[in-house]
Design a binder for this molecule. Structure first.
Ligand code: AMP
Length: 290
């Protein structure tokens, strides 16, 4: 595996491979790699000739009170995992090179048109500026790598939708592949932030997936009153964790909250267990709603 730190060097490499007719799969990450990331890597390996992964803890997507400084950075371990998985290139830039001074003033930082602004919902309401930071770094990474396919996890469903929109808006010639959430045995979605949880908190954290699975089961079994079901799941989640940011049933495309059941829905939630913020979601396919 070749580790590349400079964007221009990375672009040159990828360009050369593309000219040779190689298909390039790209997996952007913030490192602290786990089984969820590795599922993305495996999918990329299967579908492409060349796999590039990036590790960059992106400062612009963290709020001032968030965990940017203490975000785990086990670089050597990450490299070992990537090598073992047969990754060809690791792009590992510095913040200075990704954000030369004054960068925030360029256009990608702008909020999209309110009518189609997916950052208004779910996590976007609780993490102001977060998705602008995500859009910015992803646009930069796509411009540097110019991959054929890009891999994102369903675990960050809203992020994946926002990136799909970014690809459309900026005419990126990349196909977005959404990979199902990888979970622990008890259902907790695997996340780099799970490492923050104490033993006690880890036990309580299972409530997040439990309530989402409960909702999915109820709706699939014919539960029509999604307003009531949502309220009930929310009540249970509030009891189990320290704070709930949201628990919503939304349209998979627009991310708007739903009042009535429809054929495809996403139930998504975010909560705090101790000081750790956790998110999760499930896609609900409800054939009985029409
Ligand atoms: P992160 O390093 O947290 O920015 O995540 C990098 C990519 O891995 C994102 O596309 C995430 O959605 C994805 N990812 C994180 N956790 C999981 C998981 N448990 N299952 C599948 N994908 C995941």
């Amino acid at each position: 595996m070749q580790i590349i730190r400079r964007p221009d060097a990375f672009t040159l490499k990828m360009d050369r491979l593309r000219r040779q007719g190689k298909r390039i799969g790209f997996v952007p990450t913030m490192g602290a790699l786990h089984a969820g990331h590795m599922a993305l890597v495996r999918a990329a390996k299967k579908e492409n000739d060349v796999v590039a992964v990036s590790i960059f803890v992106n400062p612009t997507q963290f709020g001032p009170k968030e965990d940017f400084k203490r975000y785990p950075r086990p670089f050597q371990k990450d490299c070992r995992l990537l090598r073992k998985a047969g990754v060809h290139f690791l792009f590992y830039p510095t913040a200075k090179v990704m954000y030369p001074e004054g960068f925030k003033h360029s256009g990608i930082w702008q909020k999209p048109d309110p009518k189609r602004d997916l950052t208004r919902y779910l996590c976007g309401r609780h993490r102001p500026g977060h998705f602008q930071g995500v859009r910015t770094i992803v646009a930069k990474l796509f411009n540097v790598a110019r991959p054929h396919r890009v891999y994102f996890g369903q675990k960050d469903y809203q992020q994946a939708r926002i990136i799909a929109q970014l690809i459309e808006d900026l005419y990126f010639d990349a196909e977005l592949r959404l990979i199902p959430t990888v979970r622990e045995r008890d259902g907790l979605a695997i996340s780099s932030r799970n490492a923050y949880l104490s033993k006690e908190d880890r036990k309580r954290a299972v409530a997040l997936s439990r309530e989402l699975f409960w909702l999915r089961r109820k709706i699939r079994a014919g539960g029509r009153d999604i307003k009531r079901l949502r309220r009930e799941a929310l009540r249970h989640l509030r009891k189990a964790v320290d704070r709930v940011d949201y628990l919503e049933i939304v349209d998979p495309e627009t991310l708007k909250s739903l009042k009535r059941a429809q054929p495809r829905m996403v139930a998504a939630a975010a909560c705090y267990v101790g000081k750790t913020r956790l998110i999760d979601n499930v896609i609900i396919i409800n054939s009985k709603s029409n």
